[in-house]
Design a protein around this ligand. Structure first.
Ligand code: FAD
Length: 374
């Protein structure tokens, strides 16, 4: 025998957790079904960078609004979420990339996001372990990093305090217009069902435009002060845009523990979760081109994860059809930690027919999905 809820959510990653909290806080009865540990999917694999990205107006709106929700939440976050307001340093290797720094700065100025152009001297003052000869950077002050699985657990604990039911260790087998069926044939009836299973979402909702995009990460021993801000090469944007080829880019983050988290790689068409030593070597070589001292750090763990990628690089948030009771909250690619809180808010607002803080239309699954080629 099952139970009946206003909202049944498949997936206990950070997106499912954020949806659960927003719905429970609004007074809806909520159940979350998660087969593995909370946040054990892409959420545990991700870097936890909370960052405003400016690829498109819709991406700016979602990342900027969601970053503000993180800033608002910060005083309530437990210490294990490791919120570190370190800012982002977009590193420019040469004059051409400095032109991109200035373009980005104008975009961020227009939307009141605090950003400073660093010359070479200011860059080394902030990050003395970068190699000599880099041109400068754009420093975005209010970006941050968090430890994502603990953030997901915190959101779900708060949802539970607001009355949500968590069914951990159980798997959704099927989503139906009336709710969901679990692997043991238990039926949970619900007014609204949310597919928040990240890169696995097409298994429950076949045909949606979500593909797995594999990534590798490395974490080191503790080296406090080795990296002080979330460092990204401006070439990262080219890497993130490529929809056809494997790519790597220099991306390093400080953790509150003093550890250094090093990324990142992007691969389509790979289903196995095993570490690919070729990709790993390429990624670390790229990192050493920017920070030669990385070669001397001791790495203690390497892992992979799957981003849920969409053709137009925007997530799928909202009902699958105009009057459908099935909602999607997936397709967040490499920004799902950043945009989880805004996703939860948009889902709850749509269910309750409240006016959302930003328009939901660019993220609705019913939009046209044109592939973007960069
Ligand atoms: C290498 C890497 C680096 C990244 N770096 C960043 C970053 O710096 N900043 C950022 O914002 N984002 C980053 N991301 C992206 C971010 O991690 C994801 O977008 C985000 O975690 C997605 O959360 P989710 O809840 O949608 O998915 P997941 O965390 O994958 O959660 C989906 C959950 O669904 C569950 N599930 C699967 N099948 C079923 C089923 N049948 N029934 C019930 N549950 C099911 C899974 O067990 C899983 O826990 C990165 C991702 C990767 C891989």
């Amino acid at each position: 025998m099952g139970a009946s809820y206003d909202v049944a959510i498949a997936g206990g990653g950070i997106v499912g957790a954020a949806c659960a909290l927003e719905c429970a806080e609004a007074g809806l009865s909520v159940v979350v079904v998660e087969p593995g540990p909370i946040g054990g999917g892409a959420t545990a694999a991700g870097m936890g960078h909370i960052v405003v990205m400016d690829d498109s107006p819709a991406q700016i709106a979602l990342t900027q609004y969601s970053r503000q929700l993180w800033i608002d939440l910060k005083p309530r976050l437990p210490s294990d979420v490791e919120y570190l307001p370190c800012g982002t340093t977009w590193v420019a290797a040469d004059d051409e990339e400095m032109a991109e720094v200035r373009r980005k700065k104008r975009v961020l100025d227009d939307i009141d996001v605090r950003a400073e152009v660093f010359d070479e001297r200011q860059l080394y003052k902030t990050e003395p372990n970068l190699r000599k000869g880099l041109a400068g950077a754009l420093y975005v002050r209010d970006d941050a990093v968090v430890y994502p699985p603990c953030a997901a657990r915190y959101l779900l604990e708060r949802a539970r305090e607001k009355g949500a039911t968590l069914r951990i260790g159980e798997r959704v087998q099927e989503l139906t217009p009336q709710g969901m069926t679990l692997h043991d044939k238990t039926v949970l009836s619900a007014g609204i069902t949310v597919n928040a299973t990240g890169a696995w979402a097409p298994e429950l909702t076949p045909g949606i435009p979500v593909r797995k995009r594999k990534g590798h990460l490395v974490i080191t021993e503790r080296y406090p002060g080795f990296v002080n801000t979330a460092l990204i090469e401006l070439g990262y944007l080219k890497s993130a845009h490529s929809t056809t080829t494997d790519s790597v880019a220099f991306n390093a983050q400080p953790r509150r523990t003093g550890q250094v988290l090093i990324g990142s790689s992007r691969q389509f068409g790979v289903d196995g979760a095993g570490v690919d030593t070729h990709m790993l070597r390429r990624m670390l070589q790229r990192a050493q081109e920017y920070m030669p001292g990385i070669a001397d750090l001791i790495a203690i763990r390497t892992w992979t994860g799957f981003r849920a990628a969409t053709p137009d690089k925007l997530p799928l948030i909202g009902p699958v059809g105009e009057h459908s009771t099935l909602y999607l909250a997936t397709g967040h690619e490499g920004l799902g930690i950043t945009t989880s809180l805004a996703t939860g808010r948009l889902v709850a607002d749509h269910i309750l027919r409240r006016t959302p803080p930003i328009p939901i239309e660019p993220y609705l699954p019913t939009r046209s999905h044109e592939e973007e080629h960069a």
